[in-house]
Structures are given as structure tokens and as C-alpha cells.
Design a protein around this ligand. Structure first.
Ligand code: ZN
Length: 256
């Protein structure tokens, strides 16, 4: 396919690649898009489970944790797919500046991208934070507390409220990650957006920032996005398989 050759050439020519991933990037790992029909939002009401209600109501906290228990049971066994490994390969080739992701499943790190190269715009399900003292717990440990009967788990050190380290509705986006993503997007030479419908702020503006700053932009998504007209190349195929073929081709070209 002509587009595969063209994107492989772009990778060969670039030095600082930002890879941006959304829910569609993890569906090939069996991680559902939790916002799509059939997801947890069919069972739970996202408006009710907002951050303010979480802080003020024990009943809402109970529901919130029930929802996150379901999500954790879905994602904890999830394995990185070909797309995640292709991104790791870009890192190994010295081409990756960073990954910016809307996903909270931790699969980029599981695939071997170092933690400090992954900017998680919506937080992570891999950790749980104490809202009082800031103590951080591995998600699996808190899951065990729930299995032992705590329906609303509390901090071991200070008994404060615990909350998954994901961004809830009504909760502020993480400032460092958001700012850092903007900076990296504006200084990369190639921006690969993969598996995101690019409609949610601040995700949607990153490809635009990159393009305006002179980077080349490639959008991989099964369906069209509102930013396709900014892109140098748009590929409406399964993201994991396609990216994997492209990175393999780029390696061949570099070794030739
Ligand atoms: Zn605490």
C-alpha cells in the first residue's frame, strides 16, 4: 500500500515523533471503549458519578468503586497489541519523543515504553490515590481490599478517601500532562494520531498544535475525524496492524 511506504518514509526522516493514542488503539487488546454502547456507562450514569458527588456522598463512592471494579477486572489481564509494540519499537529506534494517550489502561508501559515517556491525559487505572495524604497504591492492592469486603476502600495510613488515579467527570485535567503534551506536540517533527476520534478536549487540539508548528501529521482511525483535513495522510484501517507494518517497513529502510 502506497500510504504505508509514505508513512514509513516520514518515520525514517523524522527525529522526534509524538504518538497520540485513544480508545481505538486498545480495542485490539480487548479493552472496550468504556464510553461506547455496551460499556459501563450503560450500567452507571456518568453525570451522577462526577467528582463533586464522589467527594460528598458515600453512596456515590460505593457506585463509583463498583464501576471501577468492573473496569479493572476487564483491563488488568489485557495485553499490549501489535500497535503498542510498534510504538515501543519507535522508542527502541530512538525516534520516539513521547506518547500522549487518552487511555488509562497502562498498556504502553506494559509494552515497554518507559513511564517518563508516557503522558496520560486522563490519568491511569494502574494506581489509586489517597485524596488526603497523597499516598499512592497499586490498583491490585486496593482490589484485594474490595474483595475482602471494603466497598469504599480507605487509606491505610490516614483513613482518607481513596480514588482511582483516573480523571473523573468534573475533575480537573492533570495540568502537568496537559501542558507537557502541548509543548511536545509543538516541538515534534512527526505527529501520529492513532485510534482517537479527536473530539474530546484537550486531545483534539494536539494534532492541530503539531501541524501549525510545522510537524507532519498522520491520522490512523477506523472512521473519519474532524481533523482529517489537517493531515498529510489519513489511514482508515485497524490501527495496530497498520502501524506495526509501517514501523517494520521503516526499520527495513533504515537498515538498507
Ligand atoms: Zn492517606
Amino acid at each position: 500500500m502506497e500510504q504505508i511506504e509514505a508513512v514509513a518514509d516520514m518515520i525514517v526522516e523524522s527525529k522526534k515523533i509524538v504518538v497520540f493514542t485513544g480508545a481505538g488503539f486498545s480495542t485490539e487488546s480487548g479493552v472496550p471503549d468504556f464510553r461506547s454502547p455496551g460499556g459501563v456507562w450503560d450500567t452507571f450514569d456518568p453525570n451522577e458519578l462526577n467528582y463533586q458527588n464522589f467527594l460528598s456522598s458515600e453512596e456515590i463512592r460505593g457506585k463509583y468503586w463498583r464501576m471501577h471494579k468492573m473496569m479493572w477486572e476487564t483491563i488488568r489481564e489485557a495485553k499490549p497489541n501489535a500497535g503498542h509494540y510498534a510504538v515501543t519499537e519507535l522508542h527502541n529506534m530512538g525516534k520516539l519523543d513521547c506518547v500522549v494517550t487518552q487511555n488509562t489502561d497502562g498498556l504502553h508501559q506494559k509494552a515497554g515504553v518507559p513511564d517518563d515517556k508516557v503522558l496520560e491525559l486522563h490519568g491511569t487505572m494502574q494506581w489509586v490515590d489517597c485524596l488526603e495524604c497523597g499516598q499512592r497504591y497499586p490498583r491490585g492492592d486496593v482490589h484485594d481490599k474490595m474483595l475482602a469486603g471494603e466497598s469504599v476502600p480507605r487509606c491505610d495510613s490516614c483513613s482518607g478517601l481513596l480514588k482511582p488515579a483516573t480523571v473523573a467527570f468534573g475533575q480537573m485535567m492533570p495540568q502537568r500532562e496537559t501542558r507537557e503534551s502541548e509543548v511536545r506536540s509543538s516541538s515534534c517533527d512527526l505527529f501520529l494520531a492513532a485510534g482517537s476520534s479527536l473530539v474530546v478536549y484537550p486531545a483534539a487540539q494536539m494534532p492541530v498544535i503539531a501541524k501549525r508548528s510545522g510537524a507532519r501529521l498522520v491520522i490512523f482511525n477506523l472512521t473519519p475525524t474532524p481533523h482529517d483535513h489537517h493531515a498529510d495522510i489519513v489511514i482508515n484501517e485497524k490501527t495496530g496492524e497498520t502501524l506495526s507494518r509501517i514501523v517494520a517497513r521503516a526499520k527495513e529502510k533504515l537498515q538498507a
